[in-house]
Design a protein around this ligand. Structure first.
Ligand code: PMP
Length: 401
């Protein structure tokens, strides 16, 4: 008998498991709207031209493969903090930002969670209901207690702002509040600038610590600065803020695992202490991070031509998703005769649309229409083409009614 007899079979991952099921489907009509990965109009994976250019420059320079320091590539850490906060942010000038390169968004969240577990024993993380499926796993595995705050209102397919404020208010003082910097996943619903101000007021009042997950900077609006406005608002008030960043989506570096943990602190001394502890957490876990993605980001952000080219490509990607969003809305609203208001599709932002389809209806999408999506009703518009909008509209209408 196996010594591993006691280990049960784990269930497939609710998001990445969808891609596995998609691969196994032989039908030509199939659509993978599960994972949030940008595809071209031909539904092919896309490597940004600016990334290819940066890689060629790197190859020509003939760089070595020596270990990075525990905290990662210095030029990357500088670039990533500046991209997040703006290069002239006083917090950077005053050396109040501790930045450590992370294993993309997921690794950075997990890393920050380990810091919370170690130095804020018993503190709770408040997460939105619903949220990206992996957040709960991350805090569970880090043994950080969490609870949910209201976020999505199914009646309006919009933000339950009052519920959100009530739940943040009633949480124990000094909790961490996990916020999506922009393009909330899975709902595509973000607070308005005025609502962000009220959220910041309340978090400050309650002595909570904001913890931003920034996985889509530049991808929501097409502008890097606009998409970082929420984080910058909190930092400009002198609040201490945690931020996990990812370059999976905005630079298409999914498999390079490049991102960062930033802790914006109220003094340079505490930033230095925090950074030393982030390094201490990294060392026994993975020792030091991979270099390739860090060089790509640092080279692009540090070179004005490449930086501008990146911005143009990001606008192009965000624009394609907006076009698909519009076409999907047009197709559904002209085909559906039930009188249902579908305008929420247009109000949502980012890669996803939260359709409101329940689990059974999502199963119908997959089983009858070969449309692969997560069971919470989320579809990735990044995996949709203009040509497939009519088909998807038929599938959604059939599944709803
Ligand atoms: N946070 C959110 C909200 C996400 O949607 C994602 C990616 N789907 C991530 C974090 C992390 O992605 P990655 O680890 O690839 O950077």
């Amino acid at each position: 008998a196996s010594r591993f007899e006691g280990i049960p079979m784990a269930p497939p991952d609710p998001i990445l498991g969808v891609s596995e099921a998609f691969k196994a489907d032989k039908c030509d009509l199939k659509l993978n709207l599960g994972v949030g990965a940008y595809r071209t109009e031909e539904l092919q994976p896309y490597v940004l031209n600016v990334v290819k250019k940066a890689e060629n420059l790197m190859l020509n320079r003939g760089e070595n493969k020596e270990y990075l320091p525990i905290e990662g590539w210095a030029a990357f850490n500088k670039a990533t903090a500046e991209l997040l906060l703006g290069a002239d942010n006083p917090a950077i000038k005053e050396q109040r930002v501790a930045t450590v390169q992370g294993l993309s968004g997921t690794g950075s969240l997990r890393h920050a969670a380990a810091l919370i577990e170690r130095y804020f024993p018993g503190a709770k993380v408040l997460i939105s209901s619903p949220t990206w499926g992996n957040h709960k796993n991350i805090f569970n595995d880090a043994r950080v207690p969490w609870s949910e705050y209201r976020y999505y209102d199914p009646k309006t397919v919009g933000l339950d702002f009052e519920g959100m404020l009530e739940d943040i208010k009633s949480a124990p003082e000094g909790s961490f509040v996990l916020l999506h910097g922009c393009a909330h996943n899975p709902t595509g619903i973000d607070p308005t600038p005025e609502q962000w101000v009220k959220i910041a007021d309340l978090i400050q009042q309650k002595n909570h610590i904001p913890f931003f997950d920034v996985a889509y900077q530049g991808f929501a609006s097409g502008s890097l600065d606009e998409d970082a406005a929420s984080v910058r608002l909190f930092v400009s008030r002198g609040m201490e803020v945690l931020v996990a960043q990812s370059y999976s989506k905005n630079l298409g570096l999914y498999a390079e695992r490049i991102g960062a943990i930033n802790v914006i602190s109220s003094s340079p001394e505490s930033a230095a202490r925090v950074k030393s502890q982030l390094k201490r957490i990294a060392r026994p876990m993975y020792s030091n991070p991979p270099v390739h993605g860090a060089r790509i980001v640092a080279d692009i952000v540090g070179n004005p031509d490449l930086f501008n080219e990146w911005k143009a490509e990001m606008e192009m990607m965000a624009g394609r998703i907006k076009n698909v969003r519009q076409k999907l809305y047009d197709s559904i609203s002209s085909k559906d005769k039930s009188g249902k208001d579908w305008s929420f599709i247009l109000k949502q932002i980012g890669m996803f649309s939260f359709t409101g389809l329940n689990k059974n209806q999502s199963d119908n999408m997959t089983n009858k229409w070969h449309v692969y999506m997560t069971k919470d009703g989320r579809i990735s518009l990044a995996g949709l083409s203009l040509a497939k909008c009519e088909y998807l509209a038929d599938a959604i209408i059939d599944s709803y009614h």
